[in-house]
Write a protein that binds this ligand. Structure first.
Ligand SMILES: Nc1ncnc2c1ncn2[C@@H]1O[C@H](COP(=O)(O)OP(=O)(O)O)[C@@H](O)[C@H]1O
Ligand SMILES: [Mg+2]
Length: 207
């Protein structure tokens, strides 16, 4: 019998930063189109993943019931909700579900810099051992978000950022001069692969 949890994948946690309109969601959608995960679970507070994921759930009960009905099979589901409590509920569901790609949109709205919400922390730290990969964590305001995703990221990526404290924090994380981050144009990005150490720069419209 095949084991329930697929741990064969490499760690793949991608922290994606950038101000509103910098291309975070477009990057994640392009990656999902390439990766074509059979199982996908998205925290989708602004209801923007309809093109990739038609199962749209808004009630926590319905989310839990649906996931229980699909312990193994193909399913792409997005939870359109808001608030810290619902985010934790979603993270707990994703953690229990196993073997899926995970997207968490706008984590600064539902986490804080001081302490990771419990199940979100579990998802990031122990997700791979449960076949949860890749995990995409997106934020407009990295300096105000929980650092678990950033601290555990295998890929750290930023687009243009609006606030100076975010630019400073991101430059430090990428180990580049802050001017490189300040100088980013719309849809420009800089990313650092923590496995290879490679730093890549580009523009979403030309990649
Ligand atoms: N490859 C691309 N070429 C041109 N425009 C793009 C491309 N990718 C994204 N955009 C545009 O950039 C804008 C911001 O993208 P989005 O991914 O929603 O940003 P964010 O998630 O960071 O707020 C959107 O209006 C989108 O249409
Ligand atoms: Mg977005």
């Amino acid at each position: 019998m095949k084991p329930r949890v697929d741990t064969s994948r490499n760690p793949d946690i991608r922290a994606v930063c950038g101000g509103s309109g910098s291309g975070k969601s477009s990057y994640v959608k392009a990656e999902l189109k390439k990766l074509k995960p059979k199982r996908l679970i998205i925290w989708d507070p602004v209801d923007e993943y309809g093109d990739l994921c038609n199962m749209r759930i808004t009630s926590p009960r319905e989310l839990a019931d649906l996931l229980k009905r699909y312990p193994h099979g193909a399913l792409k589901v997005r939870f359109v909700s808001d608030g810290k409590e619902m985010f934790e509920f979603w993270a707990r569901c994703a953690f229990a579900w196993c073997n899926a790609a995970v997207v968490a949109e706008e984590t600064a709205d539902v986490t804080s810099p001081s302490k990771a919400p419990y199940w979100w922390g579990q998802l990031i730290r122990k997700g791979r051992a449960r076949g949860l990969s890749p995990i995409f964590a997106l934020t407009q305001r990295p300096a105000e978000s929980d650092k678990t995703a950033i601290g555990n990221a295998t890929l750290f990526r930023t687009g243009r950022l609006k606030r100076a404290d975010d630019r400073k924090m991101v430059a430090k994380e990428l180990d580049v001069h802050v001017n490189e981050v300040t100088g980013l144009k719309p849809l420009d990005f800089v990313e650092r692969n923590d496995v290879t150490g490679e730093v890549k720069k580009g523009n979403l419209a030309s990649t």
